[in-house]
Design a binder for this molecule. Structure first.
Ligand code: HAM
Length: 421
């Protein structure tokens, strides 16, 4: 019987790990500089958390959740995103009690039953941030700048922010009415699915992935004109901050995003592929009502999440990602009787933090040197009877072939210096 990974999932192989580590480490460092602290939440939550948080009319809730009954007959869902769980944790652990804003970040696998394609998986990894408690437009600009800064540090080229405002609950009916007026002219050309959304959730139509619908929507009047003065002022202030920081942005009147908790600012950070295609790396926005909807105190919030697979793909496509490998050493016993001594030597060297390898299926020097080459070891450490009598080893540089005698006492220091070169 042959097993393969389930459709839409993939193994992250050892050769991909350096770029993943690089993304994760750079994200952690960047978020810490901006004052965000890590939080870890469970991979599964109650289904209701997502239904209430993300919204019934979204594709995620209607089609994409991995939901099952556990043995206690509870409906459980593998998390499709991180915002609702972080808000749940914020409330459950009363993180609001300090009165300070909570700046949190998280990373880990998410699950959505989507049609798999390049950069779109059923198990994917997100790194996200949430600033809970901040209502000032500078908080929106801060998270956008932080995302942009991170992608710049990762040397992802041709970055741009797409941004829009969908207003707050007060101006939402006006915005929705404007959209309906525009769409009414062409209602019969919309799919039955979109026609259903027309009456109650016209904003969701703007989120359609259908290219024909998107082309038609490009002629839609600017939504910003229908916002209340308060929402307009908030949005313009966010744009002013971005201009001050020289962050390239484009206001996209049809940008609404696929989750229902958003209000006011919504944004995406996109990057051009080598072939010019736009890749959405990151999505986010303000969600000022979600904490209250979950039964918490009034807590405006803003955040984003990005897909690690997409970032890794872009980094690998846009430039060849190189990792500097520290030299590793291969320890070759000369003769069976030396194996045990070598085993102890390897153990001692590893305790000094030195990366060394061995292979006792080989018994002669030629065989050992062949393995050392296959492992790309920088040096072979040869240890025979003669060397043992002198309490020394012979070090062979695998590139130049040069050989050096070294006492066992000085060996760890010598190898550590080589690692620093
Ligand atoms: P989202 O736009 O659904 O937002 O996802 C954010 C990012 O996750 C996307 O831009 C994309 O890079 C990645 N992503 C989403 N789905 C997939 C997939 N199937 N395969 C690979 N990558 C994917 C959220 O999840 C919000 N919780 C973001 C947020 C945080 N808003 C406020 N705070």
């Amino acid at each position: 019987m042959k097993f393969t990974a389930p459709r839409g999932t993939k193994d992250i192989l050892p050769q991909d790990i350096p770029v993943w580590r690089h993304i994760e480490d750079t994200a952690r460092q960047t978020f810490c500089i901006y004052g965000f602290n890590e939080i870890r939440t469970p991979i599964f939550e109650s289904t209701e958390l997502f239904e209430r948080g993300i919204g019934d009319d979204t594709d995620i809730i209607q089609k994409e959740m991995y939901t099952f009954l556990d043995k206690g007959n509870r409906s459980i869902t593998l998390r499709p995103e991180g915002t609702a769980p972080v808000v749940r944790a914020f409330l459950q652990n009363k993180l609001y009690s300090s009165g300070q804003t909570s700046k949190l970040f998280y990373s880990g696998p998410m699950f959505r039953y989507e049609r798999p394609q390049a950069g779109r998986y059923r198990q994917f990894h997100q790194i996200g941030v949430e600033n809970l408690g901040a209502d000032h437009p500078s908080a929106d600009a801060e998270v956008i700048a932080m995302g942009f800064h991170l992608f710049e540090k990762l040397k992802i080229k041709n970055l741009k922010v797409y941004i829009n405002s969908i207003g707050d609950a007060i101006c939402r009916p006006v915005v929705e009415e404007r959209i309906k007026q525009f769409l009414a002219l062409n209602l019969k050309n919309l799919s039955p699915d979109l026609q259903k959304k027309f009456e109650h959730k016209p904003l969701r139509i703007l989120d359609s992935k259908d290219e024909k619908v998107q082309l038609y929507l490009s002629g839609m009047p600017n939504m910003i004109d229908s916002l209340s003065q308060k929402s307009k002022d908030h949005f313009n202030s966010v744009l002013d901050y971005l201009t001050t920081l020289k962050i390239p942005f484009e206001v996209r009147p049809t940008l609404v995003r696929g989750l229902e908790y958003y209000s006011e600012t919504v944004f995406e950070i996109v990057a051009d592929d080598l072939d010019g295609a736009k890749n959405t790396l990151c999505g986010g926005g303000r969600y000022d009502k979600l904490v209250e909807e979950f039964g918490g105190p009034k807590t405006p919030a803003v955040g984003f999440a990005f897909g690690v697979e997409r970032a890794a793909l872009l980094i690998q496509k846009q430039k060849k990602f190189k990792t500097k490998l520290s030299p590793n050493f291969y320890v070759a016993p000369l003769g069976f009787s030396q194996q045990s001594r070598c085993f102890k030597l390897i153990n001692d060297l590893r305790k000094h933090g030195i990366h060394c390898e061995f292979d006792y299926s080989k018994t002669d020097l030629k065989g050992h040197l062949k393995v050392a080459n296959q492992l790309s070891a920088s040096h072979a450490i040869i240890y025979g009877e003669n060397e043992a009598n002198k309490k020394a080893v012979l070090i062979k540089d695998m590139t130049t072939g040069a050989q050096t005698d070294m006492s066992l006492r000085k060996l760890p220091g010598y190898l550590m210096k080589l690692c620093l070169l």
